[in-house]
Write a protein that binds this ligand. Structure first.
Ligand code: ADP
Length: 386
């Protein structure tokens, strides 16, 4: 923070010193006008610095308070959960209602705290952009896993569709992309009645020969959004009239976060909805890899597996060296995520080293199995969570 006012003053000082030379050639009226403008600029700069420092304090405050609130709230939710297992609801239906209200309100509070925390991090000038290769398929599968208890409670059927021959790599912040996916899937569950279907799709759309878009979409059969309100739903705290009248709980911050994540990743958010029939949210991410590069990447996994299977070596050191050589030659180390997997896999070789000397072949076979497990090779394009 200290840097900003200094650099602002710096700019002014420099501009007025270079300006003084030029000023000597100007008519007095123009000189006075320029002096006045320089003064105004200085005042405006000071105001900007003040406002920046206020925003920073506000963000720090929200972030601290959210952290402080999160711990006791998590504990309250935990104890409510434990207590509810110890109560005989059949003999005491009133208590059942009380527990439901407690659970509902505590859940709203914790999601509010989490959303405020996420939003304050967005506004923070210290936010580091940790962009790297992100596998949208893994992120989606993890999001479904995280939301499994809500899915099960409502007996919702989730269908995840993707082309198993393709990879869905985008460049971005994995934590933020994951948060956006969770928010969209959680909304689809929340705004659907029991036993409905939700379809999540990952598809690649070619834009040009070299560029493509990865489309992540979530389609539900829920309450839908009134057409005249669609354009407002990603505004901070905005909740559509039917969500309010149907008493669906929420804070109106989830889509604000999604919209910010989308903008940060140069992606696009599309919303299609029919009131009473359902809604589809689509996020179009620019793909990190061209279709040709993707084809090569897909082939690489198979090639590496084949190469390792064919390795003829006498001891573990040679095996390790060969693995590094093949992996490197096939370019695995360019891809942060997969490269790391492979690297850590080759490092685990030291675990098998003990048995390698006399049984190099056995170690190699183990490695191939472990590699196939670790690399994101999918057998099927459909995953059902019911
Ligand atoms: P919250 O879900 O906490 O209310 P969000 O910011 O996530 O807040 O969403 C804002 C509003 O957009 C919701 O209150 C609801 O009116 C509408 N909305 C979002 N997702 C859906 C959906 N899948 N189906 C119907 N309405 C939705």
């Amino acid at each position: 923070m200290g840097d900003k006012p200094e650099s602002a003053q710096h700019k002014i000082r420099r501009s007025s010193s270079t300006g003084s030379g030029i000023l000597a050639f100007l008519a007095p009226a123009k000189r006075r006008r320029l002096h006045a403008l320089a003064k105004e600029l200085e005042v405006a700069n000071r105001k900007v610095t003040e406002l920046e420092s206020l925003i920073l304090s506000k963000n720090e405050f929200i972030s601290n308070i959210s952290h402080e609130l999160r711990t006791p709230l998590t504990s309250i939710i935990g104890y409510v959960d434990v207590l509810s297992t110890k109560v005989e609801f059949e003999s005491n239906p009133e208590l059942d209602d009380i527990f439901k209200v407690l659970d509902r309100n505590a859940t709203i509070l914790i999601s509010l705290v989490q959303s405020l925390l996420a939003l304050s991090q967005f506004d923070s000038p210290n936010r580091s952009e940790a962009f790297k290769a992100v596998n949208l398929l893994t992120i989606t599968e993890d999001a479904i896993f995280i939301l499994r208890s809500e899915i099960e409670k409502k007996r919702i059927s989730i269908k995840l569709n993707f082309d198993p021959e393709d990879t869905f790599i985008v460049e971005g912040d994995p934590g933020l992309i994951s948060q956006a996916c969770i928010n969209l899937i959680a909304n689809a569950i929340k705004f659907s009645s029991a036993e409905k279907n939700i379809e999540i799709r990952l598809i690649r759309e070619a834009r040009t020969d070299k560029q493509s878009t990865i489309c992540f979409s979530v389609r539900d059969q829920g309450i839908g959004i009134p057409p005249d309100e669609i354009s407002r739903i990603s505004e901070r705290y905005y909740r559509a009239s039917n969500a309010v009248s149907d008493h669906v709980s929420g804070t109106g911050l989830g889509l604000t976060i999604v919209a910010k994540v989308v903008a940060l990743h140069n992606a696009q958010l599309k919303i299609e909805s029919t009131l009473g029939l359902g809604t589809t949210f689509t996020v179009d991410f620019p793909a990190q890899l061209s279709p040709v590069a993707t084809l090569i990447l897909n082939r690489k996994f198979g090639l590496l597996a084949e190469a390792i299977e064919g390795i003829q070596v006498n001891d573990q050191r040679e095996l390790k060296a060969k693995l590094h050589e093949y992996g490197g030659a096939l370019g695995f180390y360019e891809f942060a995520e997969f490269g790391e997997e492979l690297l850590s896999l080759s490092r685990t070789l030291s675990d098998v080293e003990k048995i390698v000397d006399s049984q190099t072949l056995k170690a190699r076979d183990q490695l191939v199995v472990r590699m196939k497990e670790a690399l994101p090779i999918k057998e099927t394009g459909e995953a059902n969570v019911e």
